[in-house]
Design a binder for this molecule. Structure first.
Ligand code: LLP
Length: 419
């Protein structure tokens, strides 16, 4: 459920008509609903209430906006970060260092040191080499780094190939059949407090079965490791639960997910860690855009909007679907291709889509844009870096200013030998 609804024929975010935001801030602009974010955070947390001991670390990569992180910190969420930049954001939002999980396949030495010095709660090790390096850095500082070992369970998540992470050929984690031996060697290092295992097989999963299979494999490994005399107190189950992008699609609910987790992990006797991203932020944001022009095409007209693949990359990268709705629909429908202004054909949001009739100057939204939207934006074609707004009831505020091409140009230099 979200709070983007038609009221008197005009699409609103909570109690704010979207044309008011477009008039004040311009387009394209991401619009987040505070009530929706809060609701998703609470529904997910409450669903996990059936589990005895857990910690939820929001996957910052899905939406790293400072206001979003602040809201989730207030809801008791920690953070799952994958770079020094994300770590600094989580800390700046007031998240407790011990509630931060540091994931990522290529943490640099500087990032590991910063994480140690900040006292972050858990390092998710992606290789034996990383564990050895972290252990040495921690020991030099008289510390023991809390860590878990990420395992690649070789399970097909049945999602888009570019967001699958749990097959043997993917770069993530250590191979399943080598994991127990690696765990044993790393656990012996004085600089590490190796306390468990982690898994994350992919994102936007529409079916919980592959996750259940991966968790069960992780549980078997946990028993093997305990059998070898090690203590396992924490198991990190990652993120990955998908959300419906098309009106009418049905996805597993947080309750379904929690029931599955409870079934698999019932006798584990550990603190479970979760790293949800999209399920919290996905449906809490839309990308508000304006129709620039409608031009005839061979099969259908092209609706050219002022948002492009640099603002919302998912359709170009993963052929992702985002519902497209007119902000003031007149009840008529048309079939059209929806495209942005960028000079390549991948700048296409939809082909031959049945949509509300729109004309030049009309406002429209791409829905379910709160996750992996603004965070993946860039400035290709020297376009601005997209702005972000958060709505709260009848109030709204800019939570990320649009960064103009002039500011980016001002950061560039021509070497004197080119003058
Ligand atoms: N934990 C780890 C280790 C991850 O790699 C990810 C996502 C998450 C948690 C959060 O997954 P979520 O709950 O959001 O599915 N840009 C792509 C998605 C990439 C996901 C990367 N990892 C997209 O737009 O679909």
């Amino acid at each position: 459920m979200d709070h983007f609804d038609l009221k008197n024929g005009v699409l609103h975010a909570e109690d704010v008509p979207l044309p008011a935001i477009a008039a004040a801030v311009g387009t394209p602009v991401y619009v987040y609903s505070r009530a929706t974010l809060t609701r998703h955070a609470r529904v997910f947390r409450d669903a996990l209430g059936v589990l005895p001991s857990k910690h939820i670390a929001f996957a910052v990569k899905s939406n790293p906006n400072l206001a979003v992180l602040k809201l989730l910190a207030k809801e008791g969420y920690g953070a799952d970060v994958v770079s020094g930049g994300e770590m600094e954001r989580a800390l700046a939002a007031g998240m407790a260092p011990e509630g931060i999980v540091f994931s990522g396949v290529g943490k640099t030495q500087a990032e590991l040191v910063r994480g140690l010095e900040a006292g972050i709660g858990q390092f998710n090790l992606e290789s034996e080499e990383e564990g050895v390096e972290l252990a040495a850095l921690a020991a030099e500082r008289g510390l023991r780094a809390p860590a878990v070992l990420r395992v690649n369970p070789d399970v097909d998540a049945q999602t888009h190939g570019k967001i699958s992470t749990g097959k043997a050929e993917n770069k993530f984690g250590v191979p399943y059949d080598k994991a127990a031996a690696i765990f044993g060697r790393l656990a012996a290092l004085p600089g590490l407090d190796l306390r468990g295992l982690a898994v994350h097989i992919g994102s936007q999963l529409s079916n919980l079965d592959p996750m259940e299979a991966a968790f069960a494999r992780l549980g078997d490994l946990m028993h093997t490791i305990r059998g070898a005399g090690h203590t396992v107190s924490h198991m990190d189950l990652g993120g990955g639960v998908g959300v419906p992008y098309k009106a009418g699609d049905v996805f597993p609910s947080p309750e379904d997910y929690a029931a599955m987790v409870a079934r698999v992990t019932g006798n584990w006797g550990v603190t479970l860690m979760f790293e949800p991203g999209r399920i919290i932020t996905g449906n809490s944001g839309v990308l508000l855009t304006k129709v620039v022009r409608v031009k005839p095409g061979v099969t259908s007209p092209f609706v050219i909007v002022d948002a492009a693949m640099n603002d919302l990359a998912r359709p170009a990268l993963y052929d992702a679907w985002h519902d497209f709705l007119a902000v003031e629909p007149n009840g008529e429908r048309m079939t059209a291709h929806i495209v942005g202004p960028i000079c390549e054909s991948s700048d296409t949001f939809a082909m031959s889509r049945d949509i509300d009739v729109v004309s030049p100057g009309d406002l429209a939204v791409f829905r379910t844009a709160g996750a992996y939207g603004a965070t993946m934006a860039n400035t290709y074609n020297s376009r601005p870096l997209v702005a972000e707004v958060m709505v709260d009831g009848d109030k709204w505020a800019i939570v990320a200013e649009r960064i103009d091409p002039a500011a980016i140009l001002a950061a560039e230099r021509v070497p004197d030998w080119l003058e």
